[in-house]
Design a protein around this ligand. Structure first.
Ligand SMILES: Nc1ncnc2c1ncn2[C@@H]1O[C@H](COP(=O)(O)OP(=O)(O)OP(=O)(O)O)[C@@H](O)[C@H]1O
Ligand SMILES: Nc1ccn([C@H]2C[C@H](O)[C@@H](COP(=O)(O)O)O2)c(=O)n1
Length: 284
């Protein structure tokens, strides 16, 4: 994030280049993905070339009327700390859904989708689909998931970008992301973050749920060895991100150690409070 020093070490011990901020990628108007964010440089309705593609020298007047990069940054920062308002709805609206492994994120997201018309994107599901697709990253992703480690951020962000673009929707539940500081640095300035749902569940309950799920899930990480590693990664890398959003007043803590319907009642209350209007599933 702009002006914020990196306080946390990413869990990715591998040698990858530091990913660029999504916002910078939008500005650079790189090909592939991210079209949901790309407000500038889009082609005109008549199919003519986007303005930025034309070779026009900026005049003094046009230079003065353009917001500076600093002003653009400031506007994005402001939009992150505002409630949902028409001014910011041009940006995709995002709710991050976080909590320990097995906290019930996926379970509650399914309900939110039904009632509030969000597109649900689970980072874990996208990574598992990437493995199945036979992608060149598949083996690396599979190993990292089994080891309870966090996959290099640019891989996950790229999958999320593409899924957002493909959906054509404008409100997203991003489940299991950002999982560490690198995930967070890659993302947070590109969308309007409405709030962060954080499901709190004691580790002993999580373990029991995951072992039970492991009886039928077929997931390579629903076994006791992987579960312990996932808990470690969660405490080391993911909790600091939740604390970061909590300090910004963005985190909504929900006691997830209750029956599903009780948790859901509180989730609904939160969405009602947030002024995000309920819409049917097929609306944006
Ligand atoms: N409130 C709840 N009470 C009891 N069991 C629950 C509750 N919510 C979810 N579960 C069960 O716990 C398991 C984990 O739930 P779920 O898959 O929704 O968690 P998750 O946070 O998405 O997990 P992961 O991060 O591992 O993908 C599932 O078997 C689910 O049916
Ligand atoms: N942002 C993310 C999300 C998930 N992963 C990897 C590591 C997780 O243990 C695994 C499963 O995720 P879940 O389905 O439990 O949300 O996927 C990641 O590297 N980065």
């Amino acid at each position: 994030m702009w002006g914020r020093s990196s306080q946390f070490e990413g869990a990715e011990g591998n040698n990858i280049s530091k990913p660029r901020l999504v916002f910078e990628r939008i500005q650079a108007n790189m090909g592939g993905g991210l079209s949901v964010f790309r407000k500038k440089n889009t082609a005109a309705a008549d199919g003519s070339e986007p303005a930025s593609a034309k070779e026009e020298k900026p005049t003094e007047e046009s230079r003065q009327s353009q917001p500076s990069r600093e002003e653009e940054k400031e506007e994005m920062v402001q939009s992150l700390s505002n409630p949902v308002t028409p001014r910011v709805t041009e940006q995709p609206i995002v709710v991050f859904v976080l909590g320990g492994p097995g906290a019930g994120k996926g379970t509650q997201c399914a309900k939110i989708v039904e009632h509030f018309g969000f597109e649900h994107l689970s980072a874990g599901d996208l990574l598992r689909a990437e493995i199945k697709s036979g992608s060149e990253n598949g083996e690396m992703i599979a190993n990292m998931i089994k080891e309870g480690r966090i996959v290099p951020s640019e891989v996950t962000v790229d999958l999320l970008d593409k899924a957002m673009t493909k959906s054509g929707r404008s409100r997203f539940l991003i489940d299991g992301f950002p999982r560490d500081e690198r995930n967070n640095q890659n993302w947070e300035d590109a969308t309007h973050l409405a709030f962060v749902l954080f499901f709190e569940v004691p580790e002993s309950v999580l373990e029991e749920r995951l072992l039970k799920r492991g009886e039928s899930s077929g997931r390579s990480d629903d076994n006791i060895e992987s579960i312990k590693k996932r808990f470690h990664t969660y405490k080391e890398s993911s909790l600091p991100i939740i604390q970061y959003y909590d300090a910004k007043g963005k985190a909504v803590k929900i006691n997830g150690d209750r029956p599903v319907e009780e948790v859901w009642a509180e989730v609904q209350e939160q969405f009602a409070k947030s002024n995000i209007p309920p819409t049917p599933r097929n609306n944006q």
